[in-house]
Ligand binder design. Structure first.
Ligand SMILES: CC(C)(COP(=O)(O)OP(=O)(O)OC[C@H]1O[C@@H](n2cnc3c(N)ncnc32)[C@H](O)[C@@H]1OP(=O)(O)O)[C@@H](O)C(=O)NCCC(=O)NCCS
Length: 135
């Protein structure tokens, strides 16, 4: 018999709801960007994500927000057991015209509309919460 161990699971009717969250030190991300520059950015962030962050005055704050968001989405995905692993670059965090963030999962048949995301940052920290809905 196979037992599936779920983490952060909520069942609402036929829907299964999974949660992920992360918090990131902006100082740490700023330091990595300063030290590793393009090798770090290109390993973690898509070109669209880099364009968004680079257009901001305080780009490392927005890079940190997207990093926290990627980790939060990854946690929700992994806890659902839909996938066993995913690279942070394949979790693309984009923004609508009004600024609201949304997720695109690359190279996997996961409907991005089933993932909700919220990001926030202070001077020191960036944090994100993600909710994944599956049947
Ligand atoms: C959206 C809003 C609540 C963000 O709150 P804040 O305290 O200023 O900033 P926070 O650090 O908590 O959050 C920033 C994040 O909110 C998210 N965000 C921005 N606009 C959003 C929106 N309309 N809906 C949901 N999330 C939004 C983004 O992910 C942003 O981070 P990012 O740019 O790095 O991706 C606030 O700016 C607001 O009330 N805006 C009113 C609408 C507005 O002014 N729009 C101007 C653009 S049209």
């Amino acid at each position: 018999m196979i037992f599936k161990i779920y983490c952060q699971l909520l069942k609402i009717g036929k829907d299964l709801i999974f949660l992920g969250t992360d918090i990131v030190s902006i100082l740490r991300i700023r330091g990595i960007i300063k030290k590793k520059s393009n090798s770090f950015l290109d390993r973690i962030y898509t070109q669209k994500e880099q364009n968004y962050c680079n257009a901001k005055n305080n780009s490392s704050t927005h890079y940190s927000g997207k990093f926290a968001a990627k980790e939060a989405v990854k946690k929700a995905l992994l806890s659902s057991n839909i996938i066993q692993n995913i690279s942070l670059k394949n979790i693309e965090i984009l923004n609508r015209n009004d600024g609201c963030p949304f997720v695109k999962i690359k190279n996997l048949s996961i409907n991005s509309d089933s993932i909700l995301l919220s990001i926030s940052h202070t001077d020191e920290f960036a944090t994100a919460v993600s909710i994944l809905k599956t049947k």
